[in-house]
Design a protein around this ligand. Structure first.
Ligand code: BES
Ligand code: MN
Ligand code: MN
Length: 454
């Protein structure tokens, strides 16, 4: 098998090249990293060219550039659009990394560094698979369009505008994405559902300025206390979200899907170990897998205010803040949910504070059937590449672009995840298992090859 031999022979080169990509701290949320974002876009563009793609373009947007390239030399063969992101989450807290976030290091069969799993490592898998096809067959045997954006971790602010303006150019028979996980080690997985995400921020103001807590304490509203009380009311004792109407349109699972999801080779023991908390909690009446993949949630993502430095300061703060989000499932409507959440929160707050409520981003959930024949090809390729049978899973994370593409172009979306749930995406010591990185290149090359040979 020439293709696989070629990929095998390139192991060291590929890994070293991925490390180069990972050394660029392309953190999309911080303006100080703007030059690194530019550098990462350049890097991706160059690698698209080496992979044999043409018309490579770095498209400027209002924020971070988007990289595009294509190879359209297979008339009569399918056209796929591969999507991924070159931006990464901030590395903080830095002191919790065993080795520095932007100095990729191999340890215990995994490559550590920010972006290894989410999503540079997975993007690189596709670039190297495409390159292998080009190098071993002389021509990429199907039509490939590649779009790698730099704003995924901040909500893909410019992406949709670009897609609208390039509707014709981006047309494809299928969308392929690798920005998800496998169910577990040794279980290649195809994701057919993602949750949506609404993100909110609230600012409460009580007193017009900070006050001495001895002089004023006991007779004035404390916005931190009020915020904490409000937050405590957002779930009931069964861990259901108390926002009126929140569950109204939530799709109930069919018995068949429920059984399928609950009989996957998923181990609660592994989950508990990854979480590392003394206990778990969640919505009454649902299994953990159902809670994670098929139920909507509300989470507080940050809370701050008052004195947070060394030692003591007796103060009643003027303000308190919180960031929070709701994960959404079919058929919840993000805009409607945002209104319901704001209304509920304003009702819970006493007249002693004023509130500024902001919706930072919204994104729709996604779930799709996997009956299209392309999924059988994906299953076969994963099985050949990994030597293990693949499974269909849903996930709790969000990739709003997948929903947009699915709704707009009505194409099958094939989500091949090569991360693992315990690989610390967004956290210190993010990593990717080398077996999945190398196995991924093989599986993706086989998948693309199969698509060409129908
Ligand atoms: N790759 C993740 C999405 C993901 C994570 C899918 C885990 C499936 C399992 C993506 O980079 C991400 O982090 N998305 C954000 C949302 C985005 C709008 C910032 C998320 O899910 O929080
Ligand atoms: Mn990602
Ligand atoms: Mn991410």
């Amino acid at each position: 098998m020439k293709l696989i031999d070629y990929i095998e022979s390139r192991r060291d080169e590929n890994l070293n090249e991925l490390k180069e990509f990972l050394r660029i701290p392309s953190v999309s949320t911080k303006s100080e990293h703007k030059p690194d974002i530019e550098r990462a876009a350049q890097w991706v563009a160059e690698k698209l060219r080496t992979a044999g793609l043409e018309n490579v373009e770095i498209a400027q947007t209002k924020m971070h550039p988007l990289v595009y390239g294509e190879s359209l030399h297979a008339p009569g063969k399918p056209t796929i659009l591969f999507y991924g992101h070159y931006d990464v989450q901030p590395a903080e807290p830095l002191d919790l990394w065993t080795t520095p976030a932007f100095e990729p290091t191999v340890r215990g069969g995994s490559l550590f560094g920010r972006g290894t799993a989410d999503d540079k490592g997975q993007v690189h898998i596709h670039l190297k698979a495409i390159e292998a096809l080009k190098k071993t067959t002389g021509q990429i045997p199907l039509n490939v369009k590649v779009m790698i954006e730099g704003e995924e971790e901040i909500g893909s602010v410019s992406l949709w505008d670009f897609v609208q303006k390039n509707r014709e150019r981006l047309k494809a028979d299928a969308l392929v994405v690798s920005d998800t996980s496998m169910l577990a080690r040794g279980v290649p997985s195809i994701t057919y559902g993602l949750r949506g995400l609404n993100y909110y921020q609230i600012e409460l103001t009580g007193p017009a300025q900070d006050l001495h807590s001895g002089v004023f304490g006991g007779a004035v509203p404390n916005p931190i206390t009020i915020l904490a009380e409000m937050i405590a009311k957002l779930h009931d004792k069964n861990f259901r979200v108390t926002v009126p109407g929140f569950y109204d349109r939530v799709q109930t699972l069919s018995r068949r899907e429920r059984e399928a999801l609950n009989s996957l080779p998923w181990k609660e023991k592994d989950f508990r170990k990854t979480v590392g908390a003394p206990g778990l909690c969640g919505e009454k009446g649902y299994t953990i897998v159902e809670r994670l993949w098929t139920r909507p949630t509300l989470d507080i993502n940050g809370i701050w205010g008052g004195y947070m430095d060394e030692g003591a300061k007796t103060v009643i703060p003027s303000k308190a803040w919180a960031k929070f989000s709701t994960r959404l499932v079919p058929n919840q409507d993000p805009a409607k949910i945002a209104k319901q959440v704001e209304r509920h929160i304003r009702k819970l707050l006493p007249k002693t504070v004023t509130a500024q409520f902001e919706v930072l981003s919204t994104g729709k959930p996604w779930v799709a059937s996997y009956s299209h024949p392309i999924f059988q090809k994906a299953i076969n390729a994963l099985e050949t590449g990994f030597g293990k049978k693949a499974v269909f899973i849903r996930e709790g994370g969000s990739i709003p672009f997948v929903t947009q593409m699915h709704d707009t172009f009505k194409v099958p979306c094939v989500l091949l995840g090569f991360g693992l749930p315990d690989e610390n995406a967004h956290a210190p010591d993010e990593h990717i298992a080398l077996e999945n990185y190398f196995g991924g290149i093989k599986a993706v090359a086989l998948f693309y090859n199969q698509l060409a040979s129908q």
